[in-house]
Design a protein around this ligand. Structure first.
Ligand code: 3PG
Length: 214
């Protein structure tokens, strides 16, 4: 596995909430609700205009949570998220351009892979810890096991279609360091400021991770 401390924190938590945030004012209470449930990492996806401001606010006001930028697909976005204080970056796929930008930024990066060709490019770039995306749609645990045949040195964070129902199947694999998912942070719970629900979902997931890991 990568020896970067930020990646170690994702692995220690075991679950990474993948957030789509519409309103910057919701970022801090959301991060606190996750922390209250025992999750100390948050991936804010760059899918809405509020995302960069949300990352900035979380990094400044909730330093206890690891702020991760997600859906980073261009070199310009790498610069933006670094400026916003992101401590690590996740992408849905791999590109040499983003790989170069990430090297220049000096932040840990989980590029996305779904196929053997993706893995070949990631490994060639020395990126041995990757997001497996979209996990369920790309073949789930059986695809992941098959990819680990030719790429035994790789570790993965499966994301896409992962939830409490199949979390255990992924975390049981030695090549899986953590899983990601939006089930922890439902859009309606965020919009309705239902922080108790977010905390409850976080607790359930963390309890499941702890039970699995013994
Ligand atoms: C992601 O961007 O990582 C995925 O959209 C999250 O997938 P999920 O919504 O199926 O958890």
């Amino acid at each position: 596995m990568s020896n970067e401390p930020e990646i170690a924190r994702l692995a220690a938590c075991g679950v990474v909430p993948v957030v789509v945030i519409e309103d910057v004012h919701l970022a801090v209470p959301l991060a606190r609700a996750l922390l209250a449930g025992g999750i100390d990492v948050i991936e804010v996806t760059l899918r809405r205009p509020a995302a960069l401001a949300a990352l900035e606010t979380i990094a400044r006001e909730v330093p206890e949570i690891l702020s991760v930028a997600g859906t980073v697909v261009t070199p310009a976005q790498v610069t933006d998220v670094k400026e916003a204080g992101a401590q690590a970056v996740v992408s849905p796929g791999f590109s040499e351009a983003v790989d170069d930008a990430m090297r220049a930024a000096g932040l840990p990066w989980l590029p996305g892979v779904a196929t053997a060709s993706d893995c070949m490019r990631a490994v060639a770039a020395g990126r041995l810890t990757c997001k497996f995306f979209p996990a369920e749609q790309a073949g789930g645990t059986s695809a992941l096991k098959a990819l680990s045949g030719p790429f035994p040195q790789m570790k993965f964070c499966p994301t896409g279609g992962v939830g409490l129902n199949n979390l255990a199947d992924y975390l049981a694999l030695k090549q899986v360091i953590c899983v990601g998912g939006s089930w922890l942070v439902p859009a309606d719970a965020i919009a309705n400021r239902d922080w108790a629900r977010v905390t409850q979902l976080a607790k359930e997931a963390r309890e499941r991770v702890k039970a699995l890991r013994g």
